[in-house]
Design a protein around this ligand. Sequence first.
Ligand code: HXC
Ligand code: NAP
Length: 305
Amino acid sequence: MAENQLQEAGNGDQMMPEDVETDDCLASYTHLYSPDLLKDNVAFVTGGGSGIGFRIAEVLMRHGCDTVIASRNQERLSEAAKKLSAATGRHCLALSLDVRQPETITAAVEETLKEFGRIDILVNNAAGNFLCPASSLSFNAFKTVMEIDTLGTFNTSKVVYEKWLKDHGGSVVNISATLSYRGQALQVHAGSAKAAIDAMTRHLAVEWGPSGVRVNSLAPGPISGTEGYRRLGGVSAQSSGAFQSIPLQRAGNKTEIAHGVLYLASRAASYVTGASLVVDGGSWLTSANGLPALLGIASSHSAKL
Ligand code: HXC
Ligand code: NAP
């Protein structure tokens, strides 16, 4: 196919939904699904005060959902909740928790049920990451990422299931990654943690399906305007033209991830459970995984080498 036909076929920027790079709400939003898709549902989004989680909360709210955003930094969460409520007209509650500490999750879930009376959707989005070769990674660094990503996803899922989903059904969406598919360099900690989340997704889908609970995961590619993008070399990949190797030839945006979550969380995916949806423009199939190039990015981002 000629280059101009590829553009006409719509694989370029013109197909991208609206986004803004900062942790602010969209200036305008075009609904692809019915604005009532999640009417009067309640979502609990970990890490919803920033980046991808913020946009997930916004897009769910733009479809009629009230939302809790929960993480460690209460000040940033409160600021985010104000923005989200103002832009969408829905309620947003900012609650502090550390997904490594089950008692803080229990307190936040109890507060949510007191305030909203239900939890229909759980999005496990909280995570921590940085570039680091395995040989330089301390035992505690590996453990920390496993604890935030994998244990945090289990802890939160278990509390929300026991306190609400078990008796009422609902939907869980876990944010994972494609890092383990090819053994991405400098990412043994996050790749192992996210692979375990994909496995957990299938185990919980099997066990919780009979209770009417669907459990799916979504693996983003490089997503601009995020902490992950800044930490993992997205900015230099963009400027050096490295994204030309991605089949869709660009980074993704946060709204594109939020649309995937909206699909999985909603009744549009009523017969989908135990699935992992890759939203990466085809990136993992074709992007470089060369140690020397990535070591260059890592040292320019002052990771511990
Ligand atoms: C090597 C590092 C490190 C680095 C921390 N450590 N940063 N090791 N390189 N850049 C080590 C520390 O030295 C320590 O080990 C251990 O990790 C724990 O560090 P703490 O700072 O005590 O942990 P904590 O305060 O709990 O903070 C967790 C964190 C932090 C992950 C280290 O960066 C964080 O809070 N991140 C949240 C935001 C975030 O990471 N967002 C990006 C998500 S992107 P020692 O041995 O010294 O005690 C993402 C993308 C995935 O997940 C896929 C992309 C394609
Ligand atoms: P981000 O803004 O840093 O999001 C991570 C969130 O997790 C933050 O809001 C942080 O809030 C929260 N968090 C971290 N540790 C926590 C803890 N112990 N307890 C509770 N909350 C905690 O980064 P992002 O790039 O948007 O990443 C969002 C998700 O997408 C992550 O799951 C990430 O792995 C995934 N992902 C991102 C990309 C990308 O290109 N950005 C690619 C693949 C996958 P506090 O600091 O307030 O706790």
